[in-house]
Write a protein that binds this ligand. Structure first.
Ligand SMILES: Nc1ncnc2c1ncn2[C@@H]1O[C@H](COP(=O)(O)OP(=O)(O)OP(=O)(O)O)[C@@H](O)[C@H]1O
Length: 246
């Protein structure tokens, strides 16, 4: 397994407050990784740096076999090379059908000329069907996204990410607000995706993290406090202290 993303020694301060402090993180492909840590640990800021929304003061963020620097790229370019992010709150187009939501998300050449000839090819239709089957929404393709359940909207959004053909998926609190059944569906979906992608799941719910059965990175005060299996990190005195000391 080769590393896909290599973050080395990044730090970032906001008004003198060091939100990320000499943080290093490596993920391969395929791989599933859970990132946990108390409120304010730096999880969101870390993802903001990987996606180019926030620029670190120091450190490097390297991508792929050639080790291209993501720091030299715009947010759009970073998305283009294969970094996809799903925020906690679903942001699907509520008035549009599930099918249309997936169609508009398909990775296409951009620009006015391309948009002018933006027809839906057979390959596009097949890809939409494939994604709908993957996320479990094949039966709902004609329905407006607005009437889907909370869980279904989250899966649709994961499908919209998949339509962009990402290599790395950053998924923020996927289990929040879900029923037990929806959680199980989400766990199974993420595990399947992690067979062919790098998947980083930021999650507070330890039971959900346990079910992912993956390596866990614990962040605290902007640094990696511990890394390993969930049982390994949860047995670490420093991790126990951080969680009990909340
Ligand atoms: N733009 C900003 N300006 C000032 N401070 C910021 C900014 N973004 C983040 N911070 C601070 O950096 C620290 C890390 O925040 P971050 O949101 O990354 O933590 P988190 O681990 O995602 O927390 P949570 O689990 O609550 O979402 C916090 O103390 C936060 O207040």
């Amino acid at each position: 397994m080769n590393s896909l993303l290599e973050v080395q020694g990044i730090s970032v301060s906001f008004d003198g407050f060091r939100a990320i402090n000499n943080l290093s993180f490596v993920i391969g492909c395929p791989e599933m990784r859970a990132v946990i840590g108390p409120n304010g640990a730096g999880k969101t800021t870390f993802m903001d740096i990987v996606t180019g929304k926030t620029r670190p003061d120091t450190g490097s963020v390297r991508w792929g076999e050639t080790g291209r620097s993501l720091l030299a790229m715009s947010e759009a370019q970073i998305a283009q090379v294969g970094v996809g992010r799903k925020f906690q709150r679903p942001t699907v187009f509520e008035d549009q059908s599930v099918w249309d939501n997936l169609r508009v998300s398909l990775k296409k050449p951009r620009g006015p000329i391309a948009a002018l000839f933006d027809r839906v090819s057979e390959a596009d239709r097949a890809r939409i069907d494939e994604i709908a089957a993957e996320i479990g929404l094949s039966e709902h393709l004609e329905r407006p996204a607005g009437i889907l359940s909370h869980g279904q909207k989250q899966w649709l959004e994961i499908g919209m990410l998949l339509a962009q053909d990402p290599k790395l998926l950053l998924v923020d609190e996927p289990a929040a607000g879900m029923t037990t059944e929806e959680r199980e569906h989400t766990t199974a979906l993420l595990k399947r995706l992690a067979q062919s992608h790098a998947v980083v799941v930021v999650e507070h719910d330890m039971e959900f993290v346990r079910r992912l059965e993956c390596r866990v990175t614990v962040l605290h005060e902007g640094s990696v406090l511990a890394e390993g299996s969930l049982d390994h990190v949860m047995a670490d005195e420093r991790v126990i202290e951080v969680y009990l000391g909340r």
